[in-house]
Write a protein of this length. Structure first.
Ligand SMILES: [Cu+2]
Lengths: 126, 329
């Protein structure tokens, strides 16, 4: 039994980080909107909502970092140089790894940006 | 011989710069702040502009450098791309975003803490603004096309619309907020300097959109309190000769005047019309002549206006009406 999954050859791993980003986005905006619309009926404080967003952000960042690490491994930890455009199986694998790595980087920054408002905004707008 | 008239080089850009910079001050400029929110926005603008300028200079410097130097190892180039092309821009953008977000709580009425003071409801209609003051001690005053606020006190604005989307923006005092039918948006403002500022409608709303503006008058708090107390009562001039003409010609179907039976709500409240600085939502000075012209043919002054022309009334009636309205202080 191994903890770290074996490399697999599929296009789907490319979407891990964007999907995490989307889910995180939906969670943050959804919970803030629902909470602020129904704060009288909900017995928790806005601080708790912000902590929830912080938690979701940590989870999202860890998932994205994991996807980035797997992609980095697929890319051979940088042992080969781009552009990886030969019509070979090997190059296809490397290209995919590299693309996934870059996309994960973008999503990492994006998740931080999505979460930032909750750091500074401490109350619902009236 | 004929070449003497040529201006020295640089004079045209300099002239252009002067023209541009002349727009930065005045009673409708976000860079000439007279309110707390406007000051933070101006500060944000300068931080962003400076940040952008520094990034631009760096990129141009790098470009010049790249055009000159030849020898670079590929590893060094990759490192430069990673740090200079990905890490640095991300850090700068996140930093600027954080700064903007840090300013945000002061620009919007967050939380219940700010709910204590004066509230002003402004409702946009094609092409004018209804203004209702609700003071904490229960006084309600209806007016139009002009808002007055006490300097140094936080005022909360509730913004709504009767027909289409308008947008409320007094650049000298604060940020812009849309007025959306079926919704109430909130904005909070705190004037810091007494003065008169202009707020144009900032969302295209029809033919006379460009002729829809309001005046914002920031007064010292005592003067404001005195003004509001006076506005809460009918104007002393209300019983004079014009009142009867106003009733007879049906103006009261659309306009309300406190102290008379005119209770209409389709047009601006005219109870204290004489104390307004401008006529027809900030487009003409409030003089008897202009009022006469407006009553006789409002569409001429404001195409598409929702007030019918009264040019068929006897000239004398229009004159009396105008001078009576002008005296409703
Ligand atoms: Cu408008």
């Amino acid at each position: 039994m191994r903890f770290i999954p074996k490399p697999i050859e599929t296009l789907w791993t490319l979407f891990t980080a964007p999907v995490v980003w989307a889910a995180h986005f939906l969670f943050c905006y959804g919970i803030a909107a629902v909470y602020c619309a129904k704060q009288d009926q909900i017995g928790i404080s806005f601080a708790a909502v912000r902590i929830g967003i912080a938690g979701a952000t940590v989870v999202a960042l860890v998932l994205i970092a994991a996807s980035a690490w797997l992609a980095w491994r697929q890319w051979g930890f940088g042992a080969h140089d781009p552009p990886h455009d030969d019509p070979t199986r090997h190059d296809r694998l490397l290209f995919q790894g590299f693309a996934t790595l870059l996309l994960s980087g973008l999503c990492f920054v994006a998740v931080i940006m999505v979460a930032l408002p909750a750091w500074f905004v401490t109350e619902c707008v009236r | 011989m004929a070449v003497a008239a040529r201006p020295p080089p640089g004079i045209q850009p300099a002239g252009l710069a002067c023209l541009t910079l002349a727009g930065c001050s005045g009673n409708q400029s976000a860079l000439d702040a007279a309110g707390q929110e406007a000051a933070s926005i101006a500060q944000l603008f300068w931080v962003m502009t400076t940040g952008g300028a520094i990034v631009w200079l760096l990129v141009v410097a790098l470009l010049l450098y790249a055009a000159r130097s030849r020898s670079h190892s590929e590893a060094a180039a990759s490192r430069l791309i990673l740090w200079g092309g990905a890490v640095l821009p991300s850090a700068v953008v996140v930093g600027l975003l954080a700064y903007a977000l840090w300013l945000m709580p002061a620009l919007r009425p967050f939380g219940a803490a700010a709910a204590s003071g004066l509230r002003i409801e402004v409702t946009g209609s094609q092409y004018w603004w209804r203004v209702v003051y609700r003071s904490p001690d229960g006084v309600t005053v209806t007016s139009a096309n002009e808002i007055r606020l006490p300097v140094g006190q936080r005022v909360e604005l509730s913004l709504a619309s009767n027909d289409v989307i308008h947008s409320f923006w007094i650049p000298s005092l604060g940020g812009k907020m849309d007025m959306i039918p079926g919704r109430t948006n909130r904005l909070s403002l705190q004037a810091t300097k007494p003065g008169t500022y202009r707020g144009p409608c900032a969302e295209y709303c029809g033919t006379s959109h460009a002729l829809m503006a309001l005046q914002a008058v920031a007064l010292p708090p005592e003067a404001f309190d005195r003004w509001l107390a006076a506005q809460a009562k009918p104007s002393p001039a209300v019983a004079a000769s014009g009142a009867e003409l106003f009733r007879r010609h049906g103006c009261g179907a659309c306009h309300a005047i406190a102290g008379t039976e005119a209770k209409g709500v389709l047009g601006p409240d005219l109870s204290h019309f004489g104390s307004r600085l401008t006529l027809a939502a900030g487009i003409l000075p409030n003089t008897t002549d202009n009022i006469e012209r407006f009553i006789a043919d409002p569409d001429r002054i404001k195409p598409g206006v929702k007030m019918p022309a009264f040019g068929m009334l006897p000239r004398e009636d229009i004159r009396v009406l105008a001078s009576w309205l002008r005296r409703l202080e």
